[in-house]
Ligand binder design. Structure first.
Ligand SMILES: C[S@@+](CC[C@H](N)C(=O)[O-])C[C@H]1O[C@@H](n2cnc3c(N)ncnc32)[C@H](O)[C@@H]1O
Length: 210
């Protein structure tokens, strides 16, 4: 076997590189082609996949998950298989790019973003997920009355997200200024659970599409 053969073998043998990726889809992405029929939901940055799997087990929905780390996509898909969950699909991609290609509008009943990283360093600001541009795409993809749920344990990020969502003319807070006390979606993310166990605050932001 030549050096080239052995490196090709290693590449193909890595299961993380075999996960379905949005980069393998050219042009528009139609969630119905991926999910089939049903009430569609979307989770951005599912990490270990605890929320998406609990949600799939608890609710009559079809959920699509987008995650930048291929390893996490693989691990979540394996766990979902063991749990015999057939109503979720997890794929690799940068959600900011993927949702900009999603069509048609008004397909999701809920969109979840739990604990997007705080990005403390100035040079990491460009990695932020909850931005005006992402919010515009989320709003476009939500059905009227659909929910946009964001959670964080970072107080100044919660303020920032509230401002971003409040500034969008097609969204309204579900309660008061948009903060809610409890997560009513029958599932929790790993970070949410850990913050609660440590007694740290969890800022929960829930808006509805008009
Ligand atoms: C702090 S972790 C939180 C994970 C999980 N949501 C939770 O609450 O336990 C943030 C996750 O978002 C993912 N992520 C960051 N930017 C992303 C992007 N642009 N598109 C998709 N996933 C992203 C990261 O890889 C990471 O798994």
């Amino acid at each position: 076997m030549t050096d080239r053969d052995s490196s090709t073998f290693k590449f193909n043998a890595n299961p993380y590189l075999q996960v379905p990726s949005f980069y393998d889809i050219d042009g528009p992405v139609n969630p119905a082609i991926i999910l089939g029929e049903g009430n569609f939901e979307l989770e951005i940055g599912f990490g270990r996949g605890q929320f998406i799997r609990e949600r799939a087990a608890a609710a009559d929905v079809k959920i699509l998950g987008i995650e930048t780390k291929r390893k996490l996509v693989y691990l979540c898909a394996e766990k979902a298989k063991q749990q015999k969950l057939d109503n979720l699909v997890v794929m690799h991609g940068d959600a900011r790019e993927v949702i900009s290609r999603m069509q048609p509008d008004g397909v999701f009943q809920s969109v979840f973003i739990h604990f997007p990283d705080p990005w403390w360093k100035a040079r990491h600001q460009k990695r932020k997920v909850v931005t005006d541009a992402v919010t515009e795409d989320v709003v476009r993809l939500l059905k009227p009355g659909g929910h946009y749920f964001v959670q964080t344990d970072v107080d100044f990020r919660a303020e920032e997200y509230l401002q971003i969502l409040n500034a969008n003319p097609h969204l309204e807070p579900v309660h008061g200024n948009g903060m809610i006390d409890e997560n009513t979606f029958l599932a929790r993310s790993s970070r949410e659970r850990r913050s609660m166990e440590l007694g740290m605050p969890v800022y929960r932001i829930l808006f509805r599409k008009l």
